[in-house]
Design a protein around this ligand. Structure first.
Ligand code: BG6
Length: 457
């Protein structure tokens, strides 16, 4: 093979809360993101980039960039406003319009069922995915989406970056650690509930839309040892398994990996299984999706995390002298992408799919209303080059390269100033302005790359 396959997917990925706005329109219920405070100086989620009203204009821009794939998430609170009430037909109609418009423009849609958000009532009354009742409500929601959209949507995902659920409670929207249980034990129980919810969605898709594909998704930060000591290498191996890979293992093989069960059992954190859970885990995925932005270099130590995410980030990450970082400290590492692609493919032997990649930058229009984002062009160019090497030289089977936030959207903490897009959206954290879309220099470059199936880099 000297070129990428002809049916290779190119496109963009977004979440509902970072794009849609219209937080109280069209019968939508209150979502956790409508009430969760954002950091000082950041915007709120109420308008985002007003995709609810501007999707046609944005899809036209995607077409100009030669997208053939678009991954978006559904706002659960737009379909079932409070999580446990009737289906909101206006919400269904919105996603029908969006899906039809994508297909009419030659863009294959992919649905993420939960990208961090959920109806606020489920957080307040049931402590999010800490409750198995919420798992049942999620299954009902997933089935509604599959019944309504499955005739046209053939690519599905359950939870965005599912491994985050074992790192921080906030991602599962469980807010309170009940008395009598340690925080890690609770965290891993919630992560198990989320895994069961995921498996129920896979099972439902097999029944309701048998010709559709289900992707399991993780976020992967490539880890390097800071030193050449064997202990440092062991530490990195454990971090990679317990932070990145355990979820993917279940998606691919249908059971928890031994390193995970052993680690949790040793510490008394192994989750409670309900009858039938073991069987449910066997609902494996069709391909393995991941987001990739950066690598981290880790110092050594004994791997004994009580609050996994914080322990790694705050105690072990050091600056890598060989890599440049974004203003937010994310170290850009294109070769790391090739490494991760090989690692994933060798471990599981299943097709993989890059669902998010990109870099955040602070930008404003110059006197000619232009943005010359050569740094973004360089970032994507290097990542696509390394991806091509993984596919063409190393033989990795990869379905596509999907960029994050192709039309500027607020960051995950609602920081409008952190922009990822090829298209500038005219708003700031403090002012909505006119939300006008203005193509950046990278817009024309990416159009040429996607339009040539990755040849004109
Ligand atoms: C991923 C999430 O973790 O990274 C997105 O799926 C998020 O929701 C993206 O926006 C980039 O992170 P951030 O914090 O820079 O927006």
């Amino acid at each position: 093979m000297s070129q990428l396959p002809k049916n290779f997917y190119w496109g963009g990925s977004v979440s509902s809360f970072q794009t849609e706005g219209a937080w109280n329109e069209g019968g939508k219920g209150l979502s956790i993101y409508d009430v969760r405070p954002t950091p000082a100086g950041h915007a709120d989620w109420k308008v985002a980039i007003d995709e609810y009203h501007r999707y046609k204009e944005d899809i036209a821009l995607m077409k100009q960039m030669h997208f053939n794939f678009y991954r978006f998430s559904i706002a659960w609170s737009r379909i079932i406003p409070n999580g446990d009430d009737d289906v909101n037909e206006e919400g269904v109609a919105f996603y029908n319009r969006l899906i039809d418009e994508l297909i009419a423009n030659g863009i294959t849609p992919m649905i993420t069922l939960v990208h961090f958000d959920m109806p606020y009532k489920l957080v307040k009354e049931y402590n999010g995915f800490a409750s198995r009742y919420v798992v049942d409500l999620f299954e009902r929601y997933a089935r509604v989406c599959m019944e309504r959209f499955g005739d046209r949507v053939k690519h599905w995902m359950s939870f965005n970056e599912q491994n985050l659920h074992s790192m921080r409670l906030i991602y599962s929207n469980a807010e309170v650690v009940p008395e009598g249980i340690s925080e890690p034990a609770f965290l891993y129980q919630v992560a198990h509930n989320v895994m069961i919810a995921h498996c129920k969605a896979v099972k439902a898709l097999r029944e309701l839309v048998p010709d559709a594909k289900f992707g399991g998704m993780t976020t992967i930060t490539n880890y390097y040892p800071a030193t050449t000591t064997p202990q440092n290498n062991l530490f990195v191996q454990k971090a990679n398994n317990l932070m990145n890979m355990w979820v993917t293992h279940v998606h691919a093989k249908g059971s928890y990996p031994s390193y995970y069960t052993h680690y949790l059992k040793e510490r008394g954190w192994y989750p409670h299984f309900e009858e039938g859970d073991e069987e449910l885990l066997k609902n494996t995925c069709d391909y393995l999706c991941f987001s990739y932005y950066r690598s981290n270099t880790l110092t050594e130590g004994e791997f004994d995390m009580t609050t996994p995410f914080a322990d790694i980030v705050e105690k072990h990450v050091i600056k890598n002298p060989h890599l440049e970082a974004t203003e937010w400290g994310w170290e850009k590492d294109a070769k790391g992408l090739r490494y991760v692609m090989n690692d994933l493919y060798e471990r599981y032997g299943m097709p993989i799919f890059i669902l998010e990649n990109g870099m955040g930058a602070r930008e404003s229009l110059d006197e000619n209303e232009e943005i010359h984002d050569d740094y973004r062009i360089k970032y994507h160019q290097e990542h696509i080059e390394e991806m091509k090497k993984a596919i063409i030289e190393d033989g990795v089977e990869c379905l596509g390269y999907i960029t994050w936030g192709p039309i500027d959207i607020p960051s995950s903490s609602c920081e409008v100033a952190k922009r990822y897009g090829f298209v500038y959206v005219n708003r700031t954290d403090s002012e909505l302005l006119d939300l006008r879309r203005i193509p950046k220099k990278s817009f024309y470059w990416i159009a040429q790359v996607f339009g040539s199936n990755g040849e004109n880099l």
